[in-house]
Design a protein around this ligand. Structure first.
Ligand code: WT7
Length: 646
């Protein structure tokens, strides 16, 4: 790997590359993807080196994506074993617990190796074999990383479910991939509160007939209900097994993990990522975009329940032999200075967070930031939603003190890694709010509604013209859905679902989703999911859900609800419905506004006109557009009159 780093050439400023080098490498990556990725795939250790690099097709009737298809490797060996000789005693993971008064842990690569080996052997003892699925439902504790890497070690496919999801959502994901084992903890402490994870698993498995086993990490020591013969304590099982577990030889195209994400229709889909291409891409982007160098202390504040945690807390950093910080808590506990105290305590060099966190902290003033020594910071990152210029400037001035490059990284669960971003040492004048330029091998295009490529400075939808190694391979169990979701609307392209603008310098500005997906605090939520939770309530006849601008969350959840005949529309019911959705999906889906709607604006063919509902939610009544196709235009007047102040 060092050869590749050196080949990139460190510049006088110490960044891996400069603007000329970026231009040269980018041009090569697009003109000769085989040559480019053939070289950079070597940053990993392969058991059997690949001879074929790229075999991909975006053709609608033949969507197929394969990278390094005849190579074999093991992801855990790449993230752990290969570092032992040179950095066995280096810290791999710094764990910062929820309570600042509890001790942080420093886990070396050698310790990580032993823990991963043990967990791999425990999984085997529970009957998990290569290709089996394991659901991980854990707090942000080191065991989450052990579990991911243990699966990778034995060739099991993990599917992490964010610990904030409800038992129902968890159950659907366990069934969705036929998991053999669920790895969880007794309770999850977060922000001074506790979530009863094991109880949630019990509830999720209540009607399970497959005898799904559960491996339980003791995090808090609280009492939990036990399913005899099916539940096992991690600390007890770990005693019984050796820490040696030979890594399974995996094909580059074997699935590494499934991660469920929301789309514009139906229930969340299981995004499938591969072994070789995914890890190559996660590792290379982590190194270049975060300007990762030996000795850095890198911190991404995401949760491993989201793709950001997969690629940029665990897989990318560990593949690069980095020290990665795992934080169990939240930015505002016990106070709004927590992020900065952690930066100071661990001398963090790269800090990667979401605009929603920045906005929340911005509201608390600058005193909490000024209270900590942030001189170790060299680079800042942002991810999850467009960052508004106010938040960008606040981040730059108060956290970066005007001397840290900011990388505004655009990507998606589906893309596996960052696709569009500024690069430190390359991108000259930062433009607050622009994700700027594509990473190597990424060919973005701006399309009009008809799918024509637009040139120069323009605006339209964002699509990608050719495959990159980190791209998702399929939807778990439903390849047709993969093709119809991403390749049907604009034939020959991967369609991102985002709108974008390209300026005269060729820089990209992501303007947000153009489908029925909303982005709440950097988390994706399908409006269809919230709607189906609402109509599952006995009092609800119909529901339509849209996003609206929210100061801190970016977008809030605005619900129009039509009640069953005879049901009284009370404030109490409103609270009840909001809590119902929270319980059905999880806290992140809790509606911000519920407006009673005697009728919904529909076309004569019965299609709900969300465009109008969005405008009403935005308080923008003057630009409702054409309402002449409505079956009953009077419902719009009623909705406007009764609009609840958001
Ligand atoms: C959607 C993907 C990828 C990690 C976290 C979210 C939005 C993400 C940016 C950014 C503008 C962004 C897009 C995208 N998004 N990063 N830097 N600027 N928008 O992953 O849950 O799969 O959501 O998040 O709308 O489509 P995700």
């Amino acid at each position: 790997m060092d050869d590749v780093i050196n080949a990139a050439g460190a510049t006088a400023r110490g960044y891996h590359i400069d603007a000329d080098e970026y231009a040269r490498m980018y041009a090569q990556s697009i003109q000769d993807p085989e040559g480019f990725w053939g070289e950079h795939g070597k940053r990993l250790d392969w058991i059997k080196p690949y001879t074929k690099v790229k075999n991909t097709s975006f053709a609608y009737d033949d969507v197929s994506i394969k990278w390094f298809e005849d190579g074999t490797l093991n992801v855990a060996a790449n993230c752990v074993d290969r570092h032992l000789a040179t950095r066995g005693d280096q810290t791999a993971i710094i764990w910062e617990p929820d309570e600042p008064t509890d001790e942080a842990l420093h886990i070396t690569y050698r310790e990580l190796h032993a823990q991963v080996g043990k967990m791999a052997n425990v999984l085997k003892s529970l009957g998990v074999e290569k290709g089996d699925r394991v659901v991980i439902y854990l707090p942000m504790i080191p065991e989450a990383a052990y579990a991911m890497l243990a699966c990778a070690r034995i060739g099991a496919i993990h599917s992490i479910v964010f610990a904030g999801f409800s038992p129902d959502a968890l159950g659907a994901r366990i069934n969705g991939c036929d998991a053999k084992v669920v790895i969880t903890a007794d309770h999850a402490p977060r922000g001074g509160r506790k979530t009863k994870l094991k109880d949630n698993v019990n509830q999720a498995l209540l009607h399970d007939t497959d005898d799904v086993k559960c491996l339980v990490v003791q995090r808090t020591g609280d009492q939990v209900a036990w399913r005899n013969g099916l539940d096992f304590w991690w600390h007890e099982e770990a005693e019984k097994v050796s820490s040696d577990c030979a890594p399974e030889e995996m094909n580059a195209e074997d699935p590494l993990f499934i991660l469920y994400t929301s789309g514009s229709t139906g229930m969340p889909k299981g995004v499938v990522h591969s072994t070789g291409g995914y890890l190559t891409y996660a590792s290379m982007t982590h190194e270049y975009i975060f300007d990762y160098h030996e000795g850095d202390i890198y911190w991404c504040t995401a949760d491993v329940g989201w793709v950001t945690g997969h690629s940029y807390i665990v897989y990318g950093p560990l593949a690069n032999g980095a020290t990665t910080v795992m934080f169990e808590g939240v930015p505002t506990y016990p106070d709004a200075g927590r992020f900065w105290q952690v930066c100071e305590r661990h001398k963090v060099t790269q800090f990667y967070t979401a605009p929603t966190a920045i906005r929340a902290l911005m509201g608390k003033g600058t005193a909490p930031v000024e209270g900590s020594d942030l001189s170790s910071l060299r680079l800042l990152g942002s991810v999850g939603e467009p960052i508004n210029p106010e938040a960008w400037n606040w981040y730059n001035e108060n956290v970066g003190k005007g001397r840290c490059p900011i990388v505004d990284t655009w990507w998606q669960t589906e893309t596996g890694g960052i696709l569009i971003t500024p690069l430190p040492g390359v991108t000259p004048n930062p433009k607050p709010g622009s994700a700027t330029k594509p990473f190597f091998g990424v060919a973005p295009v701006v399309l009009d509604d008809q799918g024509n490529e637009l040139d120069g400075a323009t605006e339209g939808v964002l699509a990608i013209k050719d495959s990159w190694p980190g791209q998702m391979r399929t939807v778990w169990g439903d390849h047709k859905r993969f093709v119809s979701t991403y390749f049907e609307m604009f034939k020959g392209y991967y369609f991102s679902g985002d709108g974008c603008r390209r300026d005269a310098d060729g820089d990209y500005w992501i303007t947000g989703r153009v489908d029925d997906v909303i982005n709440v605090s950097g988390h994706r939520m399908g409006t269809a999911e919230v709607e189906s939770a609402l109509v599952a309530h006995s009092t609800v006849s119909e529901a339509a859900v849209v996003g609206y601008p929210h100061d801190i969350k970016g977008q809030g959840i605005y619900c129009y609800v039509t009640l069953m005949d005879g049901v009284e529309a009370t404030d109490e019911l409103r609270t009840q419905l909001a809590n119902w959705v929270r319980q059905e999906i999880g806290p992140i889906a809790k509606p911000d506004v519920i407006q009673w709607a005697p009728g919904l604006p529909k076309t004569r063919s019965g299609k709900i006109m969300r465009r109008i509902l969005r405008k009403i939610a935005e308080n923008d009544f003057d630009s409702l557009g054409d309402t002449s196709t409505l079956a009953d235009p009077s419902v719009v007047d009623d909705l406007i009159t009764n609009r609840t102040g958001a």
